[in-house]
Write a protein that binds this ligand. Structure first.
Ligand SMILES: Cc1cc2nc3c(=O)[nH]c(=O)nc-3n(C[C@H](O)[C@H](O)[C@H](O)COP(=O)(O)OP(=O)(O)OC[C@H]3O[C@@H](n4cnc5c(N)ncnc54)[C@H](O)[C@@H]3O)c2cc1C
Length: 413
């Protein structure tokens, strides 16, 4: 009898960690190995863009202490990325030259920043943010930066803009689209969000292209389609691309992410799964396949695959949800909106709180809230249970009140 080769996870981020912690929590007792490119213990990324990190030894962002892995007999190989995958032999090769066999392979390689395709992007003082090391570099640069240009008005750009503002810099956000967060939030909500950032002191230039970064060795200015901006620090967040080259080179189907089925198995090879930012998957809330970049998705997909390998298979149908803290603005999203949905914008009595409800065929499918966590939580509960809510149901009320009234009615009947 041969001993099991066990599970090899490629990537020690949020999703990879979720796979291995769930495997052990679900009673899987075969060998478990994690190959992680970064030298750090698996950590969470959301704080990286929401706070300025200046600590020389790095901030405390790791998901669990190192002892967690030893106690659960998880072989965590830090700083050793996988450079090749052989699905026929069921092995991976690491940069250090180790060949590891697997019974199940899980790709949890995440995503990488889209590079800024303009002259001068390689000047010093120009940074993108993805890793803990990037966050430390940007945090240190913010100690002296006076004029910060943020390229890209997406989540990471807006979060960083508010961090830089809080550190006393003059901040300009340059966005190519004609509005902020154009892919992520509804056009109805965006002006309210923009107004809050401008009121706080961020200069926002939409419909503006960055054409070049200039300076002698270090960045000094940003040339845009609407003029030149002084800059001693440029940070950019213009989207991410999935890290799917290993899968592609191994002959697995890839289409802007590793294509997987409803149980998150590669459609080409069921012994390989993909989870988190690198996976493109079917979802009951989506039209066609989707690739989601969120902590919720990484955790829930990792857990689903961990439970499947441990013996409890299921289809992936977790409700997508997301949050972003941008200074004094907490933006939360539940569900998946598409461009053709009807949107109803409802301000709360408090001027700071706002919700945008998206309906498809008069059925609630997604909710975006500003500074209204209670309404976000009510939305998650209703959408998770597939409770039908129409625009008429919401007239003059909130989801929270509606959920409460329905619960009371259920108790009475
Ligand atoms: C700055 C920032 C802020 C964010 N804020 C939020 C937020 O507020 N809310 C939210 O929901 N989401 C947020 N996200 C997104 C969220 O962090 C990601 O969706 C989540 O981390 C995805 O998990 P993952 O495991 O798929 O990828 P990652 O966490 O990126 O981990 C992938 C890991 O795999 C490693 N790797 C890649 N290739 C290889 C290889 N060949 N061999 C070995 N290792 C490899 C990478 O180095 C990386 O460490 C944020 C992301 C960033 C970058």
């Amino acid at each position: 009898m041969t001993s099991p080769a066990g599970v090899v996870v490629v990537g020690g981020g949020q999703a990879g960690f979720s796979v291995v912690s769930t495997l052990r929590a679900s009673g899987y007792d075969g060998p478990v190995t994690v190959c992680a490119a970064e030298p750090h213990l698996p950590y969470q990324r959301p704080p990286l863009s929401k706070k300025a990190h200046t600590e020389p030894d790095g901030p405390r962002v790791e998901l669990v202490p190192e002892s967690f892995y030893g106690e659960r007999d998880i072989d965590l190989r830090l700083g050793d990325d996988v450079i090749a995958l052989d699905t026929a032999a069921r092995t991976v090769l690491t940069r250090a030259g180790t060949r590891l066999s697997y019974d199940h392979l899980v790709l949890a390689t995440g995503a990488d920043n889209r590079r800024l395709p303009v002259p001068g992007a390689e000047l010093s003082g120009v940074h993108a943010l993805r890793s803990l090391d990037d966050a430390l570099t940007i945090g240190r640069a913010l100690e002296t930066a006076r004029d910060v240009v943020v390229v890209g008005g997406g989540f990471i750009g807006l979060e960083l803009a508010r961090v830089a503002l809080a550190r006393g810099a003059r901040v300009t956000v340059v966005e190519l689209a004609d509005r902020l967060l154009s892919r992520a939030v509804s056009p109805e909500l965006e002006p309210r969000l923009r107004e809050r950032h401008e009121r706080a002191g961020v200069r926002v230039l939409t419909g503006t292209a960055v054409q070049a970064l200039e300076g002698t060795g270090r960045v000094e200015r940003v040339v845009t389609s609407h003029g030149v901006l002084p800059a001693d620090l440029v940070v950019y967040g213009i989207g991410a691309v999935p890290r799917d080259e290993l899968a592609r080179e191994a002959g697995l189907e890839v289409a802007d992410g590793v294509v997987v089925d409803e149980q998150l198995r590669s459609v080409t090879d069921p012994r390989v799964s993909a989870v988190g930012d690198c996976a493109r998957h079917p979802h009951p809330h989506a039209e066609g396949l989707v690739r989601l970049e969120s902590v919720q998705n990484a955790i829930d997909q990792g857990a689903l695959v961990g439970r499947r390998i441990a013996g409890s298979p299921a289809a992936y149908e977790s409700l997508p949800w997301f949050w972003s803290d941008q200074g004094d603005v907490k933006l939360q999203i539940a569900g998946l909106r598409s461009a053709s949905d009807d949107v109803l914008l409802v301000p709360d009595e408090s001027p700071e709180r706002l919700a945008a409800y998206a309906f498809r065929a008069d059925r609630l499918v997604a909710v975006e809230t500003l500074n209204w966590p209670a309404e976000h939580l009510a939305a998650r509960r209703l959408l998770e249970r597939h409770t039908p809510v129409s625009a008429a149901d919401l007239a003059g009320t909130t989801l929270r009140a509606l959920a409460r009234a329905r619960r009371t009615a259920e108790v009475r009947t």
